[in-house]
Design a protein around this ligand. Structure first.
Ligand code: ZN
Length: 440
């Protein structure tokens, strides 16, 4: 067992923030030998029960759940910050040529290593990640995540049409490869597989149908794709699948909407789309820095309150502009405030700092069907957490010292914070003396 004494942030069952200014976090081996939270709460109340447990005292620091990124592309690490007119030219000029290089395992390993370093440096302890269409890209990322004991979900991209040579795959082989990767990686240590059609316009009817059949055969495997990001993309998808009611409905019509399915963007929705998300327990990955960068529009938070469905925050690197959950939360706040007019007017809302933080931790875990497993520091959760320094910059120090409430403290971190705030990222590694699941 180990314990940490610092300010402690976690979340209650209904998403409300729980905060102890002088808190104690106690961790120890869970059923599989990996570190889990044994106790969390006020230091004065808990410390007598754990007096014999070694304690790391971190005065002035905040311990908070590791962040969960619900949509990111590891092969787009070197595409971040590439200028383009919009989504489709950006894919053609930057993304596809870069992704073509991932047929080479050595290249994929080098990028995967940098990618995992960058996630951890920013306090992200779980990510739902796109790879490329090459199985070697999946092996490279999972090997690296396994070496670090990260809980990570990823999958080989499916794209058998409207894609250039070098990234386009072949229908039947792509499904064979996907099933082989599921058997190889899903449930290995902390890893999970995601069936990954790039987006409907890049997949033939047969490939989408095959992906849906795999999703039915492996109900615990995740599904990830993109939907309703950009108006040109929507027109294209509707023209290719004229029998489906909407762009989103294409996925439902091919068996790709269910629990553990996560769709990035979900910007241009109507209430029937929202109801379809809710009925199928499908989740949206909201990617505000990417939406700002590519000028795609804004997720309608008020709409998702009116017809509630699962949604959480995501960076969408390399369309997204930063790995930092602080910068994503800040952009989500701005995007939620922004109103729009036109065919589907969007009213602005002011999201609370506690809710923004929840959408990137415990709420993201709920969207991934991993509630109580990650994204929180309640007893039983895997002990992935971050140590934050609220005085990491002069302005942050000045502002957080003057904070009169938890909301003010969290909002100062959201508005002014970035990777400098993240002092340490702790991963729920196998505990000493406990049997390791992985051969040394
Ligand atoms: Zn994306």
């Amino acid at each position: 067992m180990k314990s940490w004494r610092a300010s402690l942030l976690r979340f209650g069952e209904h998403g409300h923030a729980v905060f102890e200014r002088d808190g104690l976090l106690v961790t120890g081996p869970g059923a599989d030998g990996r570190a889990v939270v044994l106790a969390a709460g006020d230091h004065a109340a808990l410390s007598p029960r754990y007096a014999d447990v070694p304690c790391t005292h971190l005065p002035g620091r905040i311990i908070a759940p590791g962040f969960v990124d619900t949509h990111i592309h590891y092969p787009q690490l070197d595409v971040i910050g590439s200028p383009a007119e919009g989504l489709l030219p950006w894919l053609e000029h930057y993304t596809f040529p870069h992704e073509a290089q991932f047929a080479d395992r050595a290249h994929a390993t080098e990028v995967a290593t940098f990618f995992c370093d960058e996630l951890m440096r920013h306090g992200v302890t779980t990510a739902l990640t796109f790879c490329t269409s090459h199985p070697a890209s999946v092996d490279a990322l999972f090997s690296e995540a396994q070496r670090r004991d990260l809980r990570l979900i990823a999958g080989k991209v499916l794209q058998d049409r409207h894609s250039p040579d070098g990234v386009r795959d072949e229908t039947e082989q792509s499904l064979i490869d996907t099933e082989a990767l599921i058997k190889k990686w899903h449930g290995a240590d902390r890893l999970g597989y995601a069936i990954t059609p790039r987006f409907a316009p890049s997949c033939t009817e047969q490939q989408l149908r095959g992906a849906g059949e795999l999703a039915a055969r492996y109900p615990d495997v995740w599904i990830q794709s993109h939907v309703a990001e950009n108006v040109h993309e929507i027109e294209w998808a509707r023209a290719l699948f004229p029998d489906s009611r909407s762009y989103l409905a294409i996925y439902a019509d091919h068996g790709l909407m269910r629990r553990r399915a996560m769709y990035a963007h979900c910007i241009h929705f109507d209430d029937d789309d929202r109801a379809l998300m809710r009925e199928t327990q499908t989740a949206a990955a909201v990617c505000p820095t990417s939406n700002l960068f590519l000028g795609s529009g804004f997720f309608d938070f008020a709409g998702a309150e009116r017809v509630p469905f699962l949604h959480a925050l995501a960076s969408d690197v390399g369309g997204g502009a930063s790995f930092s959950p602080f910068i994503t939360m800040r952009a989500a706040y701005f995007a939620a405030r922004a109103t729009s007019t036109g065919l589907q007017p969007k009213p602005g809302v002011s999201l609370s700092p506690e809710h923004l933080w929840w959408l990137h931790t415990a709420g993201a875990a709920r969207a991934l069907d991993l509630e109580g497993v990650i994204g929180n520091l309640q007893p039983g959760c895997e002990a992935d957490f971050v140590v934050l320094n609220p005085e990491a910059t002069p302005l942050l120090a000045r502002r957080t010292r003057a904070a009169g409430s938890l909301a003010e403290l969290l909002f100062a971190l959201i508005v002014l914070g970035d990777d400098r705030v993240v002092e340490r990222t702790v991963i729920a590694a196998p505990q000493q003396g406990a049997p390791s699941l992985r051969p040394a």
